[in-house]
Design a protein. Structure first.
Length: 316
């Protein structure tokens, strides 16, 4: 930091704070804590179902727990653990008092040394391993704090879990308002023809070359007969509201809720989703006749043409 006497005074304050923070390195945050439950089959099953993990090593009489469950066996729930020391809370309070009132997790590292099996009783100790120098990030200025948890079964080390957070004073820089950018459609080789037609104000639908069945959205093959060959027909644009929803939330900068999104059944027998316009959102009803209308939206990425459906005159 450079500048006059005030700058040097601020630097001295930060130096003194850093010295105080460094005093917490190596201090115990938890001593001889015992897991709330022994390693058990129901928790293993729930974990595997949630993660979609079907590894046979986690089932049967010789089952082991997934290694990544290491932290799960140490969680204290709402009541916490006996054996917690005040050191970590004191460190957090000290940083709160200095304006570092926000926190974000930045790193989680685990090392596995011994498999955990049903019936194992887990014990663990936690130490404040390190406190960084003052760091400035996009979020704000603060300190990285790393804790290390050593997990044991009896006297045998089963694994180590390091967890790092950033405790920081939020940046006061004025945030830029989000740009009103309308989301772009995902264009791929299967649907590129549809969007090319929209650019030319033509509503194209696929038609199977084998059985003649029209389809939308565009697909590489026919769901009816399986034929991979197809051509296109230009839809008349006439249709009716088959179903609809009114969007209130979440608000996006490029949209102005509430607005109606309809599932439109075209005269050709296919359905597509788009906005229903021409009547207030609370006047949209199932069965309303609509006709396609092409709208162009301009932003920093250029022009975007999208099909919407306007309620036919006389029904508005």
């Amino acid at each position: 930091m450079s500048g006059g006497p005030d700058a040097r005074f601020v630097e001295k304050e930060y130096d003194e704070l850093c010295v105080r923070l460094k005093e917490y390195e190596g201090r115990a945050a938890a001593v001889a804590c015992v897991g709330k439950d022994p390693v058990n089959v129901p928790m293993i099953r729930h974990w595997c179902e949630a993660m979609g993990d079907t590894n046979p090593a986690y089932e049967g009489p010789d089952a082991v727990a997934p290694p990544t469950m290491l932290q799960a066996w140490t969680m204290g729930g709402l009541s916490g653990h006996e054996g917690r020391t005040p050191a970590f809370d004191e460190l957090m309070t000290l940083l709160d008092d200095e304006g570092c009132v926000s926190v974000v997790a930045t790193d989680s590292e685990q090392e596995y040394l011994r498999p955990l099996r049903p019936g194992d009783e887990v014990r663990f100790d936690t130490v404040i391993e390190s406190v960084s120098e003052r760091k400035t990030t996009k979020l704000g200025t603060g300190y990285f704090i790393t804790t290390r948890m050593d997990v044991r079964v009896g006297t045998e080390l089963a694994g180590t879990h390091r967890f790092r957070i950033l405790k920081y004073a939020p940046s006061r820089r004025k945030q830029r308002p989000p740009r009103a950018r309308r989301p772009r459609p995902v264009v791929n080789r299967d649907n590129a023809g549809f969007w090319e037609g929209v650019e030319r104000h033509r509503l194209l639908i696929q038609r199977c070359a084998g059985c003649g069945t029209p389809r939308h959205p565009w697909l590489p093959g026919c769901n009816t007969c399986g034929c991979p060959d197809w051509d296109t027909v230009e839809a008349s644009g006439e249709g009716t509201v088959h179903s609809y929803v009114v969007m209130h939330h979440p608000p996006f900068p490029a949209f102005d809720p509430p607005y109606a999104v309809g599932l439109i059944e075209l005269a050709e027998g296919v359905r597509m989703i788009s906005n229903v316009v021409g009547v207030p959102y609370d006047k949209v009803r199932i069965g309303l006749p609509v006709r396609v209308e092409f709208r162009t939206y301009e932003d920093e990425e250029g022009a975007l043409v999208l099909p919407v459906f306007r309620v036919t005159e006389g029904e508005a």
